[in-house]
Design a protein around this ligand. Sequence first.
Ligand code: AVJ
Ligand code: FE
Length: 438
Amino acid sequence: HPQPPHSPAQERARAALVSARRRTRSLTDCLPDGELTAQHSTLMSPLVWDMAHIACQEEIWLVREAGGRRALRPELDDLYDAFRHPRAERPSLPLLPPAEARRYLAQVRAQALDVLADPAHADGSPLFLFGMIAQHEQQHDETMLATHQLRRGPAVLDAPAPRRAPAGAHRLPREVLVPGGQYAMGTDGASEPWALDNERPAHPVHVRSFWLDTTPVTNAAYQDFIADGGYDDPRWWHPEGWLHRQRTGIAAPGYWHRAGDTWLRRRFGRTEVVPPEEPVLHVSWYEADAYARWAGRRLPTEAEWEKAARHDPATSRTRRYPWGDEPPRPEHANLGQRHLQPAPAGAYPQGAAPCGARQLIGDVWEWTSSEFTGYPGFVAFPYREYSEVFFGAGYKVLRGGSFGTGEVACRGTFRNWDLPVRRQIFAGFRTCRDAEPH
Ligand code: AVJ
Ligand code: FE
């Protein structure tokens, strides 16, 4: 029987699911089965685990919860529960082989789209679950992209180089002023229906005036820190960061190595000279924190970062994105794996924030000084394990998304988090300083 046409909200959900699946396939169809079942790093799952985990979450939330339908593969719930089995242990589990994982993905998706087309879902809260699951798949796509970066062997991914910075980008002011005062941090369902629990509710926050780097810290600037002995001077390091630096022997960002006087890096299976004008990538929070102290500066708090990215002092309004309220387009930001690297610092003038800062969205995730916790009035939804179990456990917040972040999983309020030692994610940073004496 013919279905009634989709409402705009249903159509948005359908398009987000379809484009996430296209990306999942592009990240997994390019590798032979042996590479999908292998573990490329103990930090990561075998790609075949991510594949069936994506399907399993979709079954739980869209087929069973939103659709009220009976379970397809209830026996798989335990195997693909991220909290039952740590990543290092996942290769030894009796995982579905690649062909079966693909079949499971397709079976679940057919049912999920059928549930979405049901007139009962034309509006209202179950549609949030479709947005949540599209974001979940995109988040795992970014994780799988990080697994591709960790994997050894010849390149299998390809993408055009990102756009150049516009002429005159090198004459941008080094820093921009973010005026002090109150703004509305976070969001709610009315203005951002797909906002996840940890982005809610909107609440007033006061921020003092501060100067923020116009762009993320570049490879050239980071090389100055290295050349100045930054990795060997405990004055710049958080005490735990210094211990970590001593224990691991890190002396440069991840994937870098030296050839004479030149820094080279490995990027998705290719070796190249580190481009000086590009934002630095694959640094831990401890390295970002040490660089900032060496530069006589500090990392912004999460509240400062969000104010710079969203607040328009001219209208006193808080925007969804730095450029306004419209969803990201290719001229705004380097998102969605359209490229396989950040764009040079100063690119994307059309994505600039009211304060003049560029590339707050896209290119590299930016470490903030803040610990990951719930906002005042936080309510876990729809499950505690998305965010709440990570609160107060030593995770640092990252903001803004990277070149590998899906557009639906990125906005001015979106919060990411990781441990301060981690650097397999696509993370960089920018620094700031107080504008008024405290
Ligand atoms: C928000 C990226 C930290 O990958 O651990 C995926 C996203 N949560 N499945 C993660 C997530 C459940 C999460 N991060
Ligand atoms: Fe997950």
